[in-house]
Write a protein that binds this ligand. Structure first.
Ligand code: PXL
Length: 270
């Protein structure tokens, strides 16, 4: 069984980050330890959220783990609310077991904009972390911030490929770009593996509405697949179809107005 540690915030309400990663990874048979980067009352798209920064406690937790000689098969990072945490996270690469991987979801932006509580110090920190990663999983907005390139939604397939190659040039061995859409009514993900030198794509039906938190679900499903030995095509297919299923499960009842009902998808697949 793979042992992973996920470093993200706890948004107490709002179906994202650790409250998504934990159930999804567990359901896929991955042991998920957590290193919470902060505690928020809700995710930051709710006005008036509270935020407790946990940078100092993270240092104490990691020091304890080090003293106990703990090792992980994977470190999976998501939303980071304070740029002081990047050095600590990079330092944790030496806690990876042989062959262990650093997976980075630069969860910091969507629809052309940074999340409200973040500034450019997070973008710079994320760029540095991406350079050390085995895999990064940005959406199109995050890709544009990482590359300091203007955000556009009308990219051709060739332009998506160029963007993915430029992301690989930042340093990670593998890139999975999400929200790739160059044909009307279609959306999917595009991956590039530097060692294999090739692209992999999976495209599915675009859903009429987009929901918050789907990037975190996508990354958790993709990372679980990779740790369980799935190939890249199978990984992209399962992750994209998981999101489509979750949105369909939500469409009949989106009364709570946030996130998707991914729990129903996990329950159906049992
Ligand atoms: O889903 C990404 C995410 C994670 N954590 C917090 C967020 C967001 C997106 O808004 O605000 C706190």
């Amino acid at each position: 069984m793979s042992r992973l540690v996920s470093i993200q915030d706890i948004s107490c309400l709002g179906q994202c980050s650790l409250t998504v990663a934990l159930p999804v990874l567990s359901a896929y048979g991955i042991e998920c330890s957590i290193l919470p980067s902060g505690i928020l009352s809700t995710h930051t798209l709710f006005p008036g959220f509270t935020f407790l920064d946990l940078t100092e406690e993270m240092e104490r937790i990691v020091a304890h783990w080090r003293a106990s000689s703990l090792a992980f098969d994977a470190v999976y990072t998501g939303y980071i609310g304070d740029s002081r945490q990047f050095e600590l996270i990079k330092g944790m690469k030496d806690m990876l077991a042989p062959g262990g991987k650093l997976y980075v979801d630069p969860a910091m932006a969507d629809h052309g904009r940074l999340y409200p509580a973040l500034d450019m110090s997070i973008v710079e920190g994320m760029r540095g972390l991406a350079a050390e990663a085995d895999l990064i999983l940005p959406n199109l907005t995050e890709a544009c911030f990482l590359l300091d390139t203007p955000y556009r939604e009308d990219l051709s397939r060739e332009e998506y490929r160029e963007l993915v190659l430029r992301l690989a040039d930042l340093g990670p061995s593998t890139v999975i770009l999400t929200g790739v859409s160059y044909e009307p009514g279609k959306i999917g993900a595009m991956a590039y593996d530097r060692a294999a030198g090739g692209f992999t794509e999976y495209v599915t039906e675009k859903q009429p509405k987009s929901y918050h938190g789907t990037g975190d679900i996508f990354s958790s499903v993709a990372i679980a697949n990779l740790l369980n030995g799935s190939g890249m095509y199978e990984t992209l297919k399962d992750s994209c179809e998981f999101i489509v299923d979750s949105i369909r499960e939500t469409a009949d009842d989106d009364s709570h107005g946030y996130g998707v009902k991914f729990e129903r998808v996990l329950a159906k697949r049992r």
